[in-house]
Structures are given as structure tokens and as C-alpha cells.
Design a protein around this ligand. Structure first.
Ligand code: MG
Length: 364
């Protein structure tokens, strides 16, 4: 949709007196003045509320401290979505990372145990495979040759079983011919999704739907402007590929508005846009209860969502974009098209010791 040169990872470390560190972060377009609004909110609003707090071994400590920063009236009045939520999400994820490290477990195990204890009918013991779909093959500025080469390499050499490409060219016919070229390159057995990033109007989306269905497209992501519940509902009623959205929804109520209106099929919560792991779980619980599919949007590039997704046996897909994996001690990894099960204690957010030295920027 536009060009970016870097992916921004503004975030926070929460450090206990005993030296245990929890890390959480957001995902941004690396625009430093904007990123500094996020780190400024963490530094000046969340920091004073958390410094000096205790943090016991119970998971309820995550809720207690999240509640303290989440319900701080001055920040609530500033906004219950957007910038404040992005900052709070980093803090909440850091608290979950801390809790999982204190328990000596990867976060996904904690979430499964927590769910087994709180939901009637324990989730199955067996871990179902989490299929990675590759988004990095299909940016909008790629030529058709680049698209088809990337898609073939991902599927035939790297083992991906699913890929996603962008749509939203000035003319719909061009989008359709690009999708057709990729479909022909990868064959019918590979799952293919498209993502319009909110660029279409309803008339274009309605015209595109049957043509994309003919090409075996699994879902159309963000076909319309992010907030337009009624138009998405109309598109769902018209039929065609499944409608996926959620990466630009910033709290659980925004998701429930879409679900209650039957304006979505595939719900895509993101810990870096919502209030972290906690609200991701709130959205996912509600979506599963309502019979919707859940596939995380990877604003974290999958580091945390590998955990939250394995925490729910109903979640079977995860987006893969390998832009920041080299910054982490246990980078999200895909083998034979499946997301490797994280093993390290924590939420997958521990930075390599050289990451800040190599990539860090002054944060205020
Ligand atoms: Mg998207």
C-alpha cells in the first residue's frame, strides 16, 4: 500500500528485583516520531504505575497489574484504542512473558493449562499442527514474475503449504490476473489468500468476490475500510471467499461489533494492536464461542502469536513474515510448512543480546 524501509519494534522490559526480565513490543512502520509516542506513553504513564509493584507467582498478577495501567483514568480518557492500546499491549505482553518465565514454561503451555482449568471440557492434550502461511511472497509492488517466483520458491523449496498476496491495484482486472498467475504457479493444492488492506470500496469487493472464488482463494482480508461493519456484513451476505479482518481493530468491543453483525468469517486479533496477550485471548474466546475461525495477524511477526496460537487447539494457521526473527533468542521458525513449537520459557519475546546494539534507536 505504501513503502516502508524498516519494521519498528518499540517495546518495554519489565525487570524484577531478582533480575528476571519480561519483554513486550509492538509492531510499527518504524516512523520514529510515532514510535516515540508509544515509548513515551510506556515511559511516562505506565512506568510510574508499575515501578515498585510486587509481582507474585500467580497468573492473577498479570491481570492485576494490567488492570492498574488499563483503567488509569487519564489514559482511558485519552483513548481506549489506538496508540494507548498499542503501548498497553507491549506492557501486557511483557507481564505475560514474565509470568511464563517465573513458571519456567513457554507461554503456550500456560495458556492451555489456564484454559483447561477455566473452560468446561478440557482442550485435547495433543498439539495440532499450526500451519504457517507466507505473506512475504506477495507485496503489491512486486511484478507478476517476482510474485510467481516467490510463491514457487516458498512452496516448492521452503515447504510452505499456504501463501498470501496483496491486491488493490488501480484496476481490478490487474489484481485478478496477478492472482490467476500465482494460482497457476503454485497449483491447486496450495492454499492462497489475498489481502486488500482496506483499499476497495463495496462495489469493487462485490465484483471481485466471485472471480476470486473461481481462483480458489481461501479468504479476502480487509477488503473494505477497517471500521465499516455494515459494508462488510453486506459482502459476507453476498458470498464468495471468506472475509478476514482484525489487524486494525484495537479492542475486543470492535471485534464483537463485527461478529454480532456477521460481518466477518476469519477473526484476526493481534497482541500488538489489542491490549496484549490478555485481550487477544478475550477476542479469541468470544470468536470460538461464536463459531468464527481465528488466525492471528502477525504484527509481532509471529514471535508471540506462535505461543497464543498453540495455546488454543482451535487456532490452526499463523501468518509468517521473517523480518525481525534474527532479533530474538528463539526466533519463530517454520519447518515443512508448520510453525515449530516454541520451547523456551516465556512469550517468545526475549531479545538477542546484540539486537538493541545493532538495531536500537533512541527512544525519547
Ligand atoms: Mg493484512
Amino acid at each position: 500500500m505504501h513503502q516502508i524501509t524498516h519494521w519498528g519494534v518499540p517495546g518495554v522490559k519489565v525487570i524484577l528485583e531478582n533480575g528476571v526480565e519480561g519483554c513486550g513490543f509492538a509492531g510499527t512502520h518504524a516512523h520514529l516520531p510515532t514510535d516515540r509516542l508509544i515509548t513515551g506513553f510506556i515511559d511516562q504513564v505506565c512506568g510510574p504505575l508499575l515501578i515498585g509493584e510486587s509481582f507474585g507467582p500467580s497468573l492473577s498478577e498479570v491481570d492485576r497489574l494490567t488492570d492498574k495501567v488499563f483503567h488509569f483514568p487519564p489514559s482511558q480518557w485519552l483513548g481506549r484504542a489506538g496508540l494507548t492500546h498499542v503501548a498497553l499491549g507491549a506492557v501486557n505482553t511483557a507481564l505475560w512473558d514474565l509470568a511464563a518465565k517465573q513458571a519456567g514454561q513457554p507461554l503456550w503451555k500456560i495458556l492451555r493449562q489456564h484454559r483447561a482449568a477455566s473452560v468446561a471440557g478440557s482442550p485435547p492434550e495433543k498439539l495440532e499442527p499450526l500451519v504457517a502461511y507466507n505473506t512475504d511472497i506477495g507485496w503489491l509492488d512486486r511484478t507478476v514474475d517476482q510474485l510467481t517466483d516467490n510463491a514457487k520458491r516458498a512452496c516448492q523449496e521452503e515447504g510452505f503449504r499456504a501463501v498470501k498476496m496483496k491486491v488493490g491495484k488501480p484496476e481490478l482486472d490487474e489484481d485478478i490476473s496477478r492472482v490467476a498467475a500465482v494460482r497457476q504457479a503454485i497449483g491447486d493444492a496450495i492454499v492462497l489468500m489475498v489481502d486488500a488492506n482496506g483499499k476497495w470500496n463495496l462495489a469493487t469487493a462485490l465484483a471481485a468476490a466471485p472471480r476470486l472464488a473461481d481462483l480458489g482463494v481461501q479468504w479476502v482480508e480487509e477488503p473494505l475500510w477497517y471500521d465499516d461493519v455494515a459494508a462488510h456484513a453486506e459482502l459476507v451476505r453476498a458470498g464468495g471467499p471468506a472475509v478476514a479482518l482484525g489487524e486494525q481493530l484495537y479492542n475486543a468491543y470492535e471485534f464483537s461489533n463485527f461478529m454480532r453483525a456477521d460481518a466477518v468469517h476469519v477473526v484476526q486479533p493481534d497482541v500488538t494492536r489489542l491490549c496484549g496477550v490478555s485481550e487477544w485471548c478475550t477476542v479469541t474466546d468470544a470468536a470460538i464461542d461464536g463459531g468464527f475461525s481465528v488466525v492471528a495477524h502477525a504484527g509481532d511477526m509471529g514471535q508471540v502469536h506462535a505461543h497464543t496460537s498453540y495455546g488454543y487447539h482451535e487456532v490452526r494457521w499463523l501468518e509468517y513474515i521473517p523480518w525481525i526473527r534474527h532479533c530474538f533468542e528463539e526466533p519463530v521458525t517454520v519447518r515443512d510448512g508448520l510453525v515449530a513449537v516454541p520451547q523456551d520459557p516465556g512469550a517468545g519475546t526475549s531479545l538477542r543480546s546484540d539486537a538493541i546494539e545493532r538495531f536500537g534507536q533512541p527512544w525519547r
